[in-house]
Design a protein around this ligand. Sequence first.
Ligand SMILES: Nc1ncnc2c1ncn2[C@@H]1O[C@H](COP(=O)(O)OP(=O)(O)O)[C@@H](O)[C@H]1O
Ligand SMILES: [Mg+2]
Length: 250
Amino acid sequence: MSKILLSQVTLDFPIYGANTRSLKKSLVSLVTGGTIAQENHITFVRALENICLELSSGDTVGLIGHNGAGKSTLLRVLSKIYTPSIGKVKIKGRISSLLDLNLGIDLESTGYENIVLSGLLRGLSRKDIEVRKKTIAEFSELGDYLAMPIRTYSQGMQLRLAFSIATSFSPEILLLDEVMGVGDAPFMEKSKQRMSELVAESDIVVFSSHSNDLIRKFCKKALWLEKGHVKAFGLVDEVLAAYDTLKNHG
Ligand SMILES: Nc1ncnc2c1ncn2[C@@H]1O[C@H](COP(=O)(O)OP(=O)(O)O)[C@@H](O)[C@H]1O
Ligand SMILES: [Mg+2]
């Protein structure tokens, strides 16, 4: 039984070197991004504000909202990369996340070495890792490139490897950030297939996407963020309908 519990989570990024004077003029008209504020002469961006969220086994949640609404930040809080400035995060369940292509991938190491590294980071035994290595290599279709350092890979190739690694572990909690839109068409098809399997295997899924189709395909619920606030949270069709209405008329 997995669980995610966020109570009154607020996350601030202090900004050093911001030009305070020119900031003030533009504050009013922001439509995108977290709120820029000042306290004790420190400028900060409030990326998330007072987020309360309770998810349990069976919940599949699509994160929607404009650029800068806080989707990636929220996913990073859920994967414990960021600790909130205020509020509490409680998570029960093994997490696998694909949030950032470069995160956890060492550019100087080869594809194979990175596969092993990711397994060790997840606490797998050498034996388990060997078994997975083959599956990951096959899925990625990177062939001999797996023996080359990652820095020789194109963006698309890096995505293939990162996706293959992240989805090779059956997590209890699966977190994905905008990953499905990248990569070539055949790999995307394959990724969708793999996603379907993973979603079925996982207890809780949270993923952000600009594609309503993908959100509908994989999620029963949707969480709409606006400037770091929860604008709506509920059944996917209802939230998407409200979001689209605002996008088209607002
Ligand atoms: N490392 C950072 N430093 C400062 N501000 C950040 C940082 N990461 C994100 N932000 C700000 O936090 C807000 C939310 O960003 P993000 O979570 O990336 O939004 P989204 O993923 O919805 O596009 C934005 O205003 C962005 O400028
Ligand atoms: Mg983002």
